[in-house]
Design a protein around this ligand. Structure first.
Ligand code: NDP
Length: 297
């Protein structure tokens, strides 16, 4: 068997075009322009690239972007003041504070300061609780992208065995909640899981988010499984170059799985597309409008 390759770049482009359509409707029918504020503290090069990319894609979708670049030594109180101003700014519907924050800042306190209605990262405890109790929530972007890809490929997931490898607050736990909401039987595996190969071998759906390069060989997979590889790991490449690989050993997995996301080009591109989708969702909720189809969980 050769697995179907689930092309995240193409699917992310579809999501971005749905977002742009909805943004046009909001402007034409309601005079609204969804606005996304991105706050970056410090000069981490990877975060700078990510923030620039978010800014560009926000503009391309016809939304308004607000970028706030703060020096690494900015006092925490100043960041909290900025968040309060953004909470009160009617032009801003989504607020994202780029993580990680410098050591002198308390990330939990900063996230808690963001209005839950504008929390497009879905990290605020209120949104975590809403997701866990089946209420309308802002859903973290990476798991949202994964569930959209799974729905697109599988349709109804009721009764399927799903294994999520990794239990972080930003990927593993919300992913498990979303799969539960899809009526899967969900196992959340982690570094203390006994017989990981046996657990993964029962999975109709595997979402791998451990951050360990190629730790899952193809012969661990259930034949025909759908594999979503969230891992992004940099490993030595040809000569003095490096390259990105996932948590799943793609070359051996592709012969066993029914479908698989590549790295790069799988889940990665979906994350920013889902951030734009969440901003449109937030704008609609804040203004009491019908939610966009195909952009919410
Ligand atoms: P964390 O480091 O926060 O969590 C990793 C999880 O994997 C932990 O729960 C850990 O278990 C588990 N784990 C680690 N090693 C093993 C192992 N050998 N066996 C079983 N479980 C293991 O990572 P994140 O959730 O933040 O990210 C995971 C991966 O996803 C990373 O590669 C990251 O780069 C990528 N990522 C990709 C995104 C995208 O846009 N595509 C977005 C976010 C993340 P324990 O809890 O027991 O320590």
């Amino acid at each position: 068997m050769t697995a179907k390759i689930l092309d995240g770049r193409a699917f992310a482009a579809t999501i971005r075009s749905r977002v742009a359509d909805h943004v046009r409707r909001l402007r034409d029918d309601h005079g609204l322009v969804p606005g996304l504020a991105v706050v970056l503290v410090g000069e981490d090069p990877a975060s700078q690239v990510y923030v620039r990319s978010k800014g560009r894609q926000t503009a391309e979708a016809g939304m308004q972007g607000f970028e706030h670049l703060l020096a690494a030594e900015t006092p925490e109180g100043e960041l909290l003041d900025l968040i309060r101003r953004l909470n009160d700014d009617p032009r801003v519907h989504g607020i994202l504070v780029q993580l990680p924050l410098p050591d002198h800042m308390d990330a939990a306190k900063v996230i808690d300061a963001i209005s839950p209605d504008k929390d497009v990262d879905g990290f605020h405890v209120l949104n975590v609780g809403r997701l866990g109790t089946g209420q309308a929530a802002m859903v973290p972007c990476t798991p949202l992208g994964c569930v959209m890809m799974l729905r697109d490929h599988l349709g109804d997931m009721s009764g399927l065995d799903a294994v999520v490898l990794g239990r972080s607050n930003i990927v593993g736990k919300p992913m498990a909640q979303l799969l539960l909401a899809e009526n899967c039987t969900v196992t959340l595996a982690h570094s203390r899981t006994v017989d990981l190969a046996g657990v993964i071998g029962r999975a109709d759906i595997l979402v791998a988010a451990a951050g360990r390069p190629r730790m899952i060989p193809g012969d661990w997979l259930k034949p025909g499984a759908t594999v979503i590889d969230v891992g992004i790991n940099r490993v030595p490449g040809a000569g003095d170059k490096t390259r990105l690989v996932g948590d799943v050993d793609f070359d051996s997995a592709v012969a066993v799985a029914g479908a698989i996301t590549p790295v790069p080009g799988g889940v990665g591109p979906m994350t920013i597309a889902c951030l734009l989708a969440n901003t449109v969702t937030a704008c609609c909720r804040i203004n009491g409008l019908r939610l966009p189809e195909g952009l919410t969980p």
